[in-house]
Design a protein around this ligand. Structure first.
Ligand code: COS
Length: 383
């Protein structure tokens, strides 16, 4: 759903210019420093990037899903680490509050998330609960008008920068499954909450993850998302349905960037007396990449439109996440191949993308989890 084509076009033009003029020239720098320059973060705040999908009544731009994925196609045209800093505020960090939060919770947190004053982070994964999210062991025991939280969360994106966490913890120890889990908003400066050291990752330098450790952290009962126990797993799944579409759109953006770089290189690089792009074996790689990126773009737009119509897109989001993340992996691999030796050398930046995109097939649900979600929904549909 596009609410106003002209305003959207202006936003997309602004994003495209910002990516080209401010982010692309800083790609190498953030990879080397493993940090985003503060002036770039300030510019992102001014552009409203922290509140893209936060509803307008809470200070965000209130983008529809279709508008959001169109923006992600643009933002995806650079190192994924840039997106990461505001990605959790629009996606998995804030959506729990937007989808299932009480009015009071929305008023308290969303306006400051929309401006980027607060950074939100999503704390679901644990040392022993990754794909099997419902087996999480972090506990939240009721104690008067508070809960006492104990446990460890792992690989938590933006945890070092976070001001609040959307935390999934078990409130009913007698229920070992999904029904025993509740979602909370936990402020990062709560006594007893500490962070592990920043993880050394394969790629996406500049985007940070680490452990988040809860030792007798007192969380007000008013911070249970939606005010009811036992709904946290479903909140997390709804958040991930949306997040998976956003990640898929980012994969499309990165794919298109890599294809553009590959075509440019193939047109310029001369071997055997002519540009390598004139050789059919190189053309085949370019054509395969273009076809896959186009298919992914169409899938993501279709699923986003269905979501805007209020349809359940759990299956479509999983299809998009699986296809787009696997496709960008193949496209990055072909980009290295088209660039030959240059593709393997850090100066050209292609090998950095090759490492960066590997994460897309893992986080917000591995490809194998997407397969499981798709097939289970298919079987449910005929039952
Ligand atoms: N929307 C709303 N509710 C959903 C849902 C969705 N997309 N998916 C599941 N639920 C509900 C189910 O309907 C079920 O409710 P009832 O008990 O009332 O029937 C409940 O949640 C439990 O669902 P299910 O039985 O399917 O849970 P499982 O433990 O079998 O797990 C998977 C399901 C594997 C799909 C889930 O654990 C998952 O997505 N894992 C990957 C987690 C992930 O992405 N981690 C990445 C970390 S975040 S960066």
């Amino acid at each position: 759903m596009i609410r106003d084509q002209e305003i959207l076009n202006q936003l997309l033009d602004t994003l495209s210019r910002f990516v080209r003029e401010r982010l692309v020239p800083n790609e190498e720098r953030i990879a080397e420093d493993d940090a985003l320059p503060p002036e770039i973060i300030a510019e992102m705040k001014d552009l409203g990037l922290f509140g893209l999908s936060i509803p307008e009544e809470y200070g965000g731009l209130g983008l529809s899903m279709e508008e959001e994925v169109l923006c992600a196609f643009e933002i995806g045209q650079t190192s994924p680490a840039f997106r990461s800093i505001f990605g959790t505020n629009n996606g998995i960090g804030s959506q729990g509050i937007i989808i299932d939060g009480t009015e009071e919770q929305k008023r308290k947190y969303l306006p400051r998330l929309a401006t980027g004053e607060l950074i939100a982070s999503f704390a679901l994964t644990e040392p022993n609960a990754g794909s099997d999210a419902a087996s999480l062991r972090t506990t939240a025991r009721k104690d008067g008008d508070h809960y006492i939280v104990n446990g460890t969360k792992r690989f938590i994106t933006n945890a070092p920068e976070a001001s609040i966490f959307t935390l999934m913890a078990r409130t009913d120890p007698s229920n070992k499954g999904a029904g025993g889990i509740s979602a909370f908003i936990v402020e990062a400066d709560s006594p007893g909450l500490s962070l592990g050291k920043i993880d050394k990752k394969m790629g996406q330098k500049g985007a940070h993850t680490c452990d988040v450790i809860f030792e007798d952290v007192r969380v007000p009962a008013a911070n249970i998302i939606g005010g009811v126990e036992g709904q946290g797993f479903k909140t997390a799944m709804k958040v991930l349905d949306r997040g998976r579409l956003h990640i898929s759109a980012t994969c499309v953006g990165v794919s298109e960037r890599l294809i553009r770089d590959s075509v440019k290189y193939a047109a310029e690089r001369v071997q055997f007396g002519k540009p390598i792009g004139e050789f059919q074996l190189v053309q085949a790689m370019l054509a395969d990449s273009r076809t896959e990126a186009y298919a992914a773009r169409c899938m993501v737009l279709d699923a986003a439109r269905k979501k805007d119509l209020g349809q359940n897109v759990s299956t479509e989001a999983a299809c998009c996440k699986m296809f787009a993340s696997e496709a960008v992996g193949r496209i990055a691999d072909r980009a290295v191949q088209v660039h030959g030796g240059a593709g393997y050398i850090a100066d050209y930046g292609i090998e950095r993308f090759y490492r960066d995109v590997r994460l897309f097939r893992i986080y917000e649900g591995t490809t194998q989890i997407q397969q499981l979600v798709i097939a289970r929904n298919m079987l449910k549909d005929i039952a």
